[in-house]
Design a protein around this ligand. Structure first.
Ligand SMILES: [Zn+2]
Length: 376
């Protein structure tokens, strides 16, 4: 089926009548203006990788192996794996809502993923209606009676507060107004954290956590979450559930949140020495409830020996916090001046590369990692 592009006259109304599915309306604003050929699989709209390649100037796909399609052109790149939700876009790992499919020799991507992930990743300056960034709200996870995860060195709550203060200090040097949802070892309800964001206009919200796995000590790496679009399953789930159809507060800004996640992630991947797990989607309370662009960063697994050692290193935490601050500043330039955020390749340019991270010594007694040396 072929239908008019979203920005063509009368396209939206006509499309709704033809298709009769509310979900498509949500996606229209984000899709490039042209007629896309839509193919339905399991009742879900898909577009061919061929058409995506033509539109974005990605050239012809090559196949490094039977399951992989690689495209590169016009300063963009894409690496798709058949039957997988993992897709590398411009050098970073993204998690799609639905797997890439193959049918009759052609490869397809869901329309939702084209609108909510590929388009804002490839053309961030075309994202409409960015609110400016007057304030950055930093949300150190846990606190007080809620310790969060635990490493041999320190509780998650203390690492998170340390990172928040370092990010704050870096942002304040650039003249940005910063608010912390907690600046002491205190317990704050999740809803109250999101409410700080909702009281402010023109803010972004960045929640800071570290990860843990009860069952897999090998699990490691950083990842970043932005809110799952309505109609999509979160990254941790394969199937759509009823609640996935609910429009949350956070969904009013889901493209902006994605752009914020992307800007921070490129910066992190370019400068932080740690395995990377990708840009993911979730409906965690703080990013679901916040009424401003919001993300949640998981800075490595405290249950993994390598990650825990890195996080315990002051040098690593400083690099990590600096990279988050840098990503936020890149997002601000995008939102206010329509300047594309720097991407991982630019961060890895030898002229801007960071010095190698100094590994921490083996576990000292808890806490003993200098967490309280920053201005409070
Ligand atoms: Zn946490």
């Amino acid at each position: 089926m072929r239908f008019p592009g979203p920005r063509s006259a009368g396209g939206i109304g006509r499309l709704c009548r033809i298709v009769g599915r509310g979900l498509l309306v949500i996606l229209l604003g984000a899709l490039p203006a042209r007629a896309w050929e839509i193919k339905s699989f399991s009742g879900r709209d898909h577009v061919s990788l061929e058409e995506i390649a033509t539109f974005y100037g990605l050239g012809e796909a090559t196949s490094p192996d039977a399951k992989t399609r690689k495209l590169k052109g016009s300063g963009r790149s894409l690496l798709a794996t058949l039957n997988s939700r993992e897709m590398e876009i411009n050098g970073i790992r993204h998690w799609l809502a639905f797997p890439v499919l193959e049918d009759d020799g052609k490869v397809y991507v869901s329309r939702l993923d084209l609108g909510k992930t590929l388009e804002p990743a490839f053309r961030p300056t075309r994202i409409p209606e960015f609110p400016p960034v007057s304030t950055v709200i930093l949300d150190p996870g846990h606190g007080g009676r809620d310790n969060g995860a635990r490493s041999p060195y320190e509780h998650e709550k203390n690492f998170a507060l340390d990172i928040a203060r370092r990010v704050r200090n870096a942002l304040q040097k650039s003249g940005i107004r910063v608010i912390l949802t907690r600046n002491s070892d205190s317990f704050v309800e999740l809803a109250d954290r999101a409410a700080v964001a909702s009281r402010l206009k023109n803010a972004v919200f960045v929640s800071l956590h570290f990860n843990a796995s009860d069952t897999n000590p090998a699990a490691k790496g950083f990842e970043i979450f932005c809110v799952t679009p309505r109609g999509a399953p979160s990254t941790a789930y394969e199937q759509i559930r009823e609640r996935d159809m609910v429009q949350e507060n956070g969904n009013h800004h889901d493209i902006h949140s994605f752009a914020l996640a992307n800007a921070i992630y490129h910066s992190m991947l370019g400068r932080v020495e740690m395995t990377d797990r990708g840009v993911k989607r979730a409906r965690f309370a703080v990013i679901r409830l916040a009424e401003v662009p919001s993300v949640l960063v998981e800075g490595g697994f405290l249950t993994n020996a390598d990650d825990a050692r890195k996080v315990a290193s002051k040098q690593w935490r400083d690099d990590y916090a600096t990279s988050i601050a840098r990503g936020i500043l890149e997002y601000k330039k995008l939102a206010e001046n329509h300047i594309s955020p720097r991407e991982v390749a630019a961060y890895r340019n030898p002229e801007t590369a960071l010095k190698p991270i100094v590994e921490a010594v083996p576990p000292p007694p808890v806490p003993g990692v200098g967490l309280r040396d920053l201005p409070q």
